[in-house]
Design a protein around this ligand. Sequence first.
Ligand code: SAM
Ligand code: SF4
Length: 372
Amino acid sequence: MTSGITSILNKRDLEKSDILELLRCDDEDATLLCRTAASVRNKYVGNIIYLRGLIEFSNICGKNCLYCGIRRDNRQIERYTISNTEVIEAAMKAYRMNFGSIAIQSGENCSEEFTSNVEYLVRTITEMTNGKLGITLSLGEQDKDTYRRWYEAGAHRYLLRIESSSSDLYRRIHPDDDMHRYERRIECLRMLQETGYQTGTGVMIGLPSQTLSNLAEDILFMRDFDIDMCGMGPFIEHTDTPLGKNGTDNPFLRERFNLTLRMIAIIRLVMKDINIVASTAMSAIDKLGREMAIGSGANVVMPNLTPSRYRDGYRIYTGKPGYRDIEESNISGLRIELLSGAKIGMGSWGDTPHFAKRIAGKSIRKESRSVR
Ligand code: SAM
Ligand code: SF4
């Protein structure tokens, strides 16, 4: 019996109507979709999962996103910033464990004190590891000079989710003020690409009033923006936020989980050679969530290296996992090799061919412009 989606899976380029059909397909077809995406990953970037040791550097945030548990107006949490010594210790732990790279994430802080501290940390970690430990940053919207300083200090990847590529929906999930403008988010993503970062973005899935059409357009947005990395995850309500006041309904969470697997698989079909994260939010809904994301084409996992005493303070959504410390002797909590058949790419930055091609493409375009 031929599956209803086979003809779409065999297409070279997917249109919005194809993406919509894949998002709507039944469970049997979804299994085929995810399997196909995993084999596309194997072919274009290898059956290898790369690790980014996650350090949740600070939960102090100047912003007030309506969905996020560490938003400025949430007075229920104690604010922290991890000391430089502890950040460097966590980075060295990743280095000793041969993770290949780390990701430093934080609430948004645009002060000069924060900027120069991050610059110091990135430079120190780069020097201490002879540039062998890759550094991804996820520190929100900043000005161009700040992005440049961190890049020159040694960071080479940056994750800034667009959250939703629909400017309308973006407006509905953020306060209506100059700190939370869709246009600014786009401008920051452009600046990151121009600075030279491997640039990642992504969306939340299951936001209030989000439609399948929005999600299909998110995929097209990421394709057209020519991103190098994608991090998508289900939206999970946090009870101390405006969008989470009523808590979460479990059947909805499962639906968002299944939809996220499809989104991961579809972005893999559309952008074959990028890095795609299996987000922690997936394992908040299903213990095997990250492994299932890998089974749908993802190839990056971010084990949490934040010292345990800070983790309670970084609950961006209710039920966020991650109390268990990662031991140096084993990468506990990661059953990837066992469950997905993929290998872990130890000791490697884990860059994808996509970035190299994007940069080469730019210089070719530049050259051909100068010839004319
Ligand atoms: N402040 C930086 C930023 O916003 O880019 C980095 C930290 S922020 C906590 C990282 C990501 O967490 C956001 O891009 C958002 O997609 C995700 N997030 C926040 N609240 C969430 C929620 N309730 N459910 C799922 N993901 C959430
Ligand atoms: Fe701050 Fe990022 Fe949360 Fe928005 S999503 S409130 S910027 S930490």
